[in-house]
Design a protein. Structure first.
Ligand SMILES: *Cc1c(COP(=O)(O)O)cnc(C)c1O
Length: 496
């Protein structure tokens, strides 16, 4: 059955999946949502015998209904190949009674690779389908991980250019080095003098600027987005929850149909929304545990029903979650508003104008499957240390936020359901914070000395992504004010 996509802010604007992927964001600033969430049409038992690629196909075919089987399989096979350092693509590791779904085995060692390795292929296919003549300019704001994953995905992809904005002082040294050493003539990386929310808002403004769009078109360009607001990122993320469940079933950890919990370190709400979609497709998931760091705007939202971004922005050791405006939450709000675009639009208008909105008690009633929690910096560090000392397994700071929140939840609610924790980054990406958590004395070491030490004490191989940047030259050193972001794009494209 054909699935269409409409804006969360205007029900009348219906497009196909490929058009939604091309556009990224709807014209009215809303996010594209599917006309319905399709049910899985294979049994869990059958899924248990599938590879990651086969599982991905079973999910993608239901959402991206204007793509042919051949097109989808080509996209999937081009994405989930030897760029990943394990054939499993997303292995599941048991440690201290929880199941860590390692989503960091791709090119840039963070979970963004799961979606961003396939998005360029989906986008190119979508452009061909819709007879797009313009070059596609991917505009991306990053809190650290999206940027590199998008750069790696799009570098030297014909017919595309990519511009990445990141907060100059808001990403880890390894994250920054990964981005500024990015090769490819079609790539452009800019540090902004501001935080992630400002980068994201700046990018959204460019998307909504119709004069800019006309100027682009006149020069043979059009924007698209690689941010997690693009439905072409969200849908591939559903696949790994289905895969994880099937894996637990195959290994006899759970019975067919047994409900599991998932715990997700959350920033922009894309990853956990994918889990929510998976649940709505029929995957037996009980609780969706939404873990925040000290930027706990989502925790407060689940506690009170009021979303309030008016607060101090904290820089934490889990920078990819340092976010006060969780863009993808809008898709959930739309849904619990009864798929009512008008109601959602009013709430989002309030968010833009005042930084606050409150949902109705009736809407709140539909959030029962979500559990909000947060971890302080101390709790996050203690979680890394405890798990390491107990099991020898080393997790990154983001994953540790989820592990900490999960541990507290499990204790408080005596809920012993098997739980999958989304492990969103390799510890090698946040080496200093991770090693300092294990022993503060490590802080005196240099960045790459720490990498070697982590490999030694954790008994894990240094990922290729890290080896590659050790001696790579910096090729991007552009820094600009927030207000100059459009000028930076024009300069890169050579248009005025
Ligand atoms: C992006 C990111 C997150 C947050 O994911 P969202 O989909 O934005 O909620 C968590 N951890 C890591 C390592 C990330 O890169």
């Amino acid at each position: 059955m054909a699935i269409y996509y409409s804006s969360t802010r205007n029900a009348n604007d219906k497009v196909t999946a490929s058009q939604a992927i091309l556009k990224g964001l709807a014209d009215d600033g809303g996010l594209f949502v599917p006309s319905e969430i399709p049910a899985l049409d294979v049994s869990l038992k059958d899924l248990a015998d599938m590879t990651y690629q086969q599982t991905a196909y079973e999910v993608l075919k239901l959402f991206l209904t204007d793509f042919t089987e051949e097109e989808l399989k080509h996209c999937i096979d081009s994405a989930y190949d030897s760029k990943f350092d394990t054939e499993e693509i997303a292995p599941l590791v048991e440690a201290d009674g929880a199941y860590y779904l390692e989503l960091f085995h791709g090119a840039t060692i963070a979970f963004k690779d799961m979606a961003l390795s396939i998005l360029p292929h989906l986008l190119i296919t979508a452009a061909r389908k819709n007879e797009v003549k313009n070059d596609i300019v991917i505009l991306t704001a990053t809190s650290g991980d999206t940027g590199k994953a998008a750069l790696a995905g799009f570098a030297d992809v014909k017919g595309t250019k990519i511009v990445v904005f990141y907060p100059k002082n808001g990403v880890s040294p390894i994250q920054e080095k990964q981005m500024v050493t990015q090769k490819g003539d079609n790539t452009y990386v800019v540090g902004i003098k501001g935080n992630f929310d400002q980068a994201q808002t700046g990018v959204k403004q460019m998307f909504n600027d119709s004069a800019f769009a006309e100027l682009m078109d006149a020069n043979g360009y059009q924007f698209s987005s690689a941010n997690s607001i693009n439905i072409g990122r969200l849908v591939p993320q559903i696949a790994y929850y289905v895969y994880a469940y099937a894996k637990l079933l195959k290994e006899g950890v759970i019975a067919d149909g047994e409900k599991i919990n998932v715990a997700v370190p959350t920033g922009n709400f894309g990853n956990i929304l994918a889990a929510f979609y998976a649940k709505n497709m029929g995957l037996p998931i009980a609780k969706l545990i939404c873990a925040s760091n000290e930027n706990k705007v989502l925790f407060d939202f689940f506690e009170t029903g009021t979303y309030d971004k008016n607060r101090e922005f904290m820089l934490t050791s889990s920078p990819s979650m340092d976010i006060l405006i969780s863009s993808n939450l809008e898709r959930l709000i739309y849904r619990i508003a009864g798929n009512d675009a008008e109601k959602n639009a009013a709430l989002m208008k309030s968010l833009t104008e005042t930084g606050v909105y409150a949902i109705t008690p009736q809407m709140r009633g539909q959030l029962a499957d979500f559990v909000g929690g947060y971890a302080t910096e101390e709790e996050t560090a203690a979680t890394i240390k405890d798990l390491y000392e107990k099991t020898g397994y080393i997790i990154d700071t983001h994953t540790a936020v989820a592990a900490s929140v999960y541990t507290k939840y499990r204790k408080e609610h005596a809920d012993d359901a098997k739980t999958v924790i989304a492990s969103t980054a390799s510890p090698f990406k946040f080496t200093r914070s991770v090693m300092k958590a294990i022993d503060p004395q490590y802080d005196t070491m240099g960045d790459f000395e720490l990498v070697d030490e982590l490999s030694k004490i954790g008994n894990v191989k240094i990922p290729k992504a890290i080896e590659e940047i050790r001696n790579a030259p910096v090729v991007h050193d552009h820094v600009c004010e927030v207000a100059q972001m459009p000028d930076a794009v024009k300069e890169f494209l050579g248009i005025r």
